[in-house]
Write a protein that binds this ligand. Structure first.
Ligand code: CO8
Length: 264
């Protein structure tokens, strides 16, 4: 598949999707979202890929939101519902992808841009990143999961303030409220994201998947149920070749080589 709205690259077990509409600050139109869906299909089929990174082309924006030009044409609520559903499907696919997903936020991450970053497993931001859900200023509300993922990430009241005011916050504020894991100079952002991605990519695919599922599913249930989910996820890891390799490597005082397979 040839991509025109994104750049899709795979190197050393790490995939990178770069939102690539810099003239529109990488705004999410339907064509871009469909390309992301296709790239996610490719990633899911490729057992070699261990980590996905999402970032934006150019130095100004990660994603400046849903494409307002397209949104303005979507004047009836049936089309709006369709567009919102496409967006939600993409966010859910990212959240449920069986490998870790890191957002490398290099500039504006507004509206759908903040929402797509929040669907990732964690966010590294450059010092010039700006986050916000400005939909209220357009007479709208967040439509790609912002009213749901932001309060879960930073707490209900802080999320309400951001959603009700539509104001932007800078990277250091986003760090203070627990929205981003790390703030980095723009020139070292990708380097640091790659370092973390490589560390993760050296781990076992089965255990990464189990860890992601255990944390994500556990956040939506009570502690006792979450702990039961962890027991199941742990036992699935034990059924895999990676657990045998990881424990053997420790005892043999060598680095493990994980193949990411369950025992046949
Ligand atoms: N959509 C389309 N084009 C955009 C967008 C966008 N979201 N953001 C910027 N652009 C375009 C501008 O129109 C401009 O194009 P042109 O050069 O042709 O005039 C170009 O990008 C550069 O932008 P600016 O000149 O505005 O650059 P500034 O540095 O002056 O400002 C800002 C940067 C502050 C980021 C500003 O562009 C801005 O406020 N953008 C809009 C941000 C926004 O409101 N985002 C939320 C969109 S709504 C949303 O995401 C809802 C998601 C759920 C949808 C549910 C579907 C039903």
């Amino acid at each position: 598949m040839e991509y025109t709205n994104i750049i899709f690259q795979v190197n050393n077990n790490i995939a990178v999707i770069t939102f690539n509409r810099p003239k529109a600050l990488n705004a999410l139109n339907q064509a871009l979202l469909l390309e992301v869906t296709t790239a996610l299909d490719e990633i899911q089929k490729n057992q070699e890929i261990r980590v996905l990174i999402l970032t934006g082309a150019g130095d100004k924006a990660f994603v400046a939101g849903a494409d307002i030009t397209e949104l303005a044409k979507t004047l009836d609520s049936i089309q709006a519902k369709y567009f919102a559903e496409i967006g939600h499907r993409v966010m859910n696919r990212i959240q449920e992808l069986p490998i870790p997903v890191i957002a490398a936020v290099n500039g504006f991450a507004l509206g759908g841009g903040s929402e797509i970053a929040l669907a990732c497993d964690f966010i590294y931001a450059s010092e010039n990143a700006k986050f916000g859900l400005p939909e209220i200023t357009l007479g709208l509300i967040p439509g790609f999961g912002g009213t749901q993922r932001l309060p879960r990430q930073i707490g209900k009241n802080m999320a309400k303030e951001l959603i009700f005011t539509g104001k932007m916050i800078n990277a250091s504020t986003a760090y203070e409220i627990g929205m981003v894991n790390k703030v980095l100079p723009p020139e070292t952002l990708m380097e640091e994201v790659m370092k973390t991605a490589n560390t993760i990519a050296s781990k076992g695919r089965v255990s990464l998947r189990a860890a992601k599922q255990a944390v994500n599913s556990g956040m939506d249930v009570d502690l006792a149920t979450g702990c039961k989910l962890e027991i199941d996820a742990f036992s699935i890891c034990m059924a895999g070749e990676d657990a045998k390799e990881g424990t053997s490597a420790f005892l043999e005082k060598r680095q493990p080589v994980f193949k990411g397979r369950l025992n046949k």
